[in-house]
Design a binder for this molecule. Structure first.
Ligand code: ZN
Length: 158
């Protein structure tokens, strides 16, 4: 039985109006949670650059102390690029490439928020780093942060 029929069935009964209201509320709550859990969404401050991530939250986020990341103040979640949909007008994406040119750091051209990096190395195309600071529908404060020594040893410090 479809939900609408079920609810209208309950509504037809004069004695169960209250129960129907409670049920409707619960269904909407469940639907809300489903929408939240289906995609992780990120947005820059002005909203011109958004990501939709079709995956779970990672168990940890990474704080990197390399010369770029420590300036951006970002926290990374890593995903296969095919799980991440980029929603932005072509003129919104600006990229910063430096050093060995293995990564492109992508930011919004309007508000400047750093969104993610993508690999420029043809041998390492299996993941991208997404800035979890831009997530809008999840509480990242509850996720453990690991510290990556990108400045020196290229190892996790904890
Ligand atoms: Zn922006």
């Amino acid at each position: 039985m479809c939900l609408r029929k079920f609810i209208s069935g309950i509504l037809d009964s004069k004695f169960h109006v209250c129960a129907a209201k409670v049920y409707k509320k619960r269904v909407n709550k469940i639907r809300g949670n489903l929408v939240q859990n289906f995609f992780i969404e990120s947005s820059c401050h002005c909203g011109a650059l958004k990501l939709q991530i079709d995956a779970e939250l990672p168990p940890t986020l990474t704080s990197c102390n390399c010369s770029v990341c420590r300036r951006y103040g970002c926290l990374f979640a890593y995903y296969p690029p095919e799980k991440v949909k980029i929603l932005a007008a072509p003129d919104t994406l600006q990229e910063y490439v430096w050093g060995d040119k293995s990564l492109a750091f992508v930011r919004c051209s309007h508000c400047g928020c750093f969104s993610h990096w993508r690999s420029l190395d043809p041998h390492q195309t299996d993941r991208m780093g997404v800035n979890a600071r831009l997530f809008i529908n999840v509480e990242i404060d509850k996720i453990r942060i690991r510290h990556f020594d990108g400045a020196n040893s290229w190892k996790y410090l904890d």
